[in-house]
Design a binder for this molecule. Structure first.
Ligand SMILES: NC(=O)c1ccc[n+]([C@@H]2O[C@H](COP(=O)([O-])OP(=O)(O)OC[C@H]3O[C@@H](n4cnc5c(N)ncnc54)[C@H](O)[C@@H]3O)[C@@H](O)[C@H]2O)c1
Length: 273
């Protein structure tokens, strides 16, 4: 298994699906990667930390090479990312949008028959109004090295870091659809999960950031009335990555306590999206 992002969501999914296999845990922070490997190795897993940057193709290729030293790649969990309060517009687009696209492309070249993957998108992308069919097609199919030159991703067309994050997450969902076609040629499947507010260090940075009140209101007013946990995301990942999910590929799954529903048709609908 290749796991990118040694965070709470990535760890929860690795614990569901990574038993009996070598797990290569890639993260730009070796502290995070080391501490998650330490935690799960003490619980019977076999994980190795690996320093990498999702924003770099070279780094992604080095991670894949490392994984292949231990056997064929049969699972991918992409849970690396930066949030609107953690990074600049440029970094969000480089990591969350471009990096995810490159990772899906490169792992898609080597994934074993029967292999499965999930990438973590976000409910935030679902809050953003629809793009045009042409914009969707460009996000889905533009060659990875040309993605960041798309007109809709130029600075004058991006309001703020939240908008950049939403575009990146919309792009993740579209790339998954296009990649599912390629992965299918190898007998492999790829899906995305769009979580709502899940309590992790990334979400805590949002609670304490400039949009803190907005996020606290979001979980208080959503149908579930609370934030979610990484384990609740892992329940869905387990379905998607196991044989129970054999007929599911190229799909995205909202796990958001009903926040998106409320943004469209409930108490949250007057809020600025
Ligand atoms: N927590 C939430 O509320 C929430 C909601 C929706 C989507 N997400 C998405 O879930 C994913 C995982 O986030 P999390 O909440 O588990 O956060 P987390 O902070 O627990 O983990 C994120 C990890 O990604 C790593 N990372 C950041 N930039 C990187 C880079 N360039 N290269 C490699 N690693 C990098 C960080 O070092 C960190 O270990 C992200 O893509 C995030 O956008 C989270």
């Amino acid at each position: 298994m290749i796991l990118t992002g040694a965070g709470q969501i990535g760890m929860a999914i690795a614990r569901r699906m990574g038993y009996g296999m070598k797990i290569i845990v890639g993260d730009k922070s070796m502290d995070n990667a080391g501490s998650i490997c330490d935690t799960i190795n003490k619980a019977g897993f076999d994980a190795l930390p690996f320093e990498m940057n999702l924003a770099s193709r070279e780094s992604i290729l080095a991670l894949i090479d490392e994984a292949r030293k231990h056997g064929e790649v049969s699972m991918l969990v992409n849970a690396a990312g930066v949030s609107p309060s953690q990074a600049s517009i440029e970094t969000i687009l480089k990591v969350d949008l471009y990096g995810t696209a490159v990772l899906l492309e490169e792992v898609g070249k080597v994934i074993q028959a029967g292999g499965t993957g999930v990438t973590i998108s976000s409910q935030s992308g679902h809050r953003m109004p629809a793009l045009t069919p042409e914009e969707d097609r460009l996000l889905a199919t533009t060659p990875t090295e040309e993605l960041l030159s798309l007109n809709l991703l130029q600075p004058q067309n991006i309001r703020d870091t939240l908008h950049a994050y939403q575009l990146a997450k919309r792009c993740n969902v579209k790339r998954v659809m296009a990649e599912a076609v390629r992965w299918g040629e190898r007998g492999a499947r790829i899906n995305s999960i769009s979580p709502g507010i899940i309590v992790t260090p990334l979400a805590l940075d949002e609670f304490n950031g400039p949009r803190g009140d907005f996020y606290k209101n979001m979980f208080a007013q959503c149908p579930a009335g609370r934030p979610g946990t990484a384990d609740e995301v892992a329940h869905v990942a387990e379905l998607l990555m196991s044989n129970r999910g054999a007929f599911i590929t190229g799909s995205d799954f909202l796990v958001d306590g009903g926040a998106t529903a409320s943004y469209f048709y409930g108490a949250l609908k007057t809020e600025n999206r």
